[in-house]
Design a protein around this ligand. Structure first.
Ligand SMILES: Nc1ncnc2c1ncn2[C@@H]1O[C@H](COP(=O)(O)OP(=O)(O)O)[C@@H](O)[C@H]1O
Ligand SMILES: [Mg+2]
Length: 160
C-alpha cells in the first residue's frame, strides 16, 4: 500500500511494559507489527539477532492473518517477567476460517493458497515456545514466546 502512514507502537518509550494489541486488517499492518516487535524486543534487552527472529515470526503470523482470513485479526504483545525469566509473548488471533488439519499446516511446503508454506514451521523454529489452536469456522489462535538468554539477561537493560 504505497504512501500508507507507517505508525509504530502507541507508546514507543515504554512499549514492552504494557501489553499491546495491534490490528492486522491491511497489508501495511504487517510492517507495523514487525516494527513493533523490534521495539519491544530491543527494550527488553534481546540481542539484535533474536529480535529479528521474533520480528520475522511476527511478520509470518501477520501475513497469515492477512492472506488466510477475510477480516484479518490482531496480534498481542506482552512482556513476560516471572521466576527470573524474561521474554516476550506474541498472540495472533482471528475469527477466520480456521485450520482443518493443523499437522498438515505445520508441515513445510504445505499451503492452501500457493504460498511457500514455510510460515508456521518457521515461527515454531524461530521462537522458543509455540502453541496453536484452531477451529474450522471459528478461528485460529497462535501463542509464541521467546525468552532472553542468560547472556542477554546479564546485559544492561534499558528498563530495569
Ligand atoms: N490464521 C490462519 N487462518 C486460517 N488458515 C491459516 C492461518 N494461518 C495459516 N493457515 C493455514 O496454514 C497453511 C500454512 O501456513 P504457512 O506455513 O504460513 O504457509 P503459507 O502462508 O505460505 O500458505 C496456510 O496455507 C493456511 O492454509
Ligand atoms: Mg504464511
Amino acid at each position: 500500500m504505497a504512501g500508507a502512514k507507517l505508525t509504530t507502537c502507541p507508546d514507543p518509550e515504554d512499549c514492552f511494559r504494557r501489553p499491546s494489541c495491534l490490528p492486522v486488517t491491511d497489508e501495511h499492518h504487517v510492517q507495523i507489527v514487525r516494527r513493533h516487535a523490534l521495539q519491544c524486543t530491543a527494550q527488553l534487552g534481546m540481542s539484535r539477532l533474536s529480535s529479528h527472529y521474533v520480528a520475522t515470526a511476527v511478520s509470518e503470523l501477520a501475513n497469515n492473518l492477512f492472506f488466510h482470513t477475510s477480516n484479518g485479526g490482531e496480534i498481542r504483545f506482552c512482556c513476560l517477567d516471572k521466576a527470573g525469566r524474561v521474554g516476550i509473548e506474541i498472540i495472533a488471533q482471528d475469527e477466520g476460517p480456521g485450520i482443518v488439519d493443523i499437522a498438515a499446516a505445520m508441515t513445510d511446503g504445505f499451503s492452501t493458497n500457493g504460498g511457500l508454506g514455510a510460515g508456521l514451521g518457521g515461527v515454531r523454529r524461530l521462537m522458543d515456545e509455540f502453541e496453536i489452536s484452531s477451529k474450522p469456522g471459528i478461528g485460529t489462535r497462535i501463542i509464541a514466546r521467546k525468552w532472553l538468554t542468560e547472556a542477554e539477561l546479564c546485559c544492561d537493560r534499558k528498563s530495569h
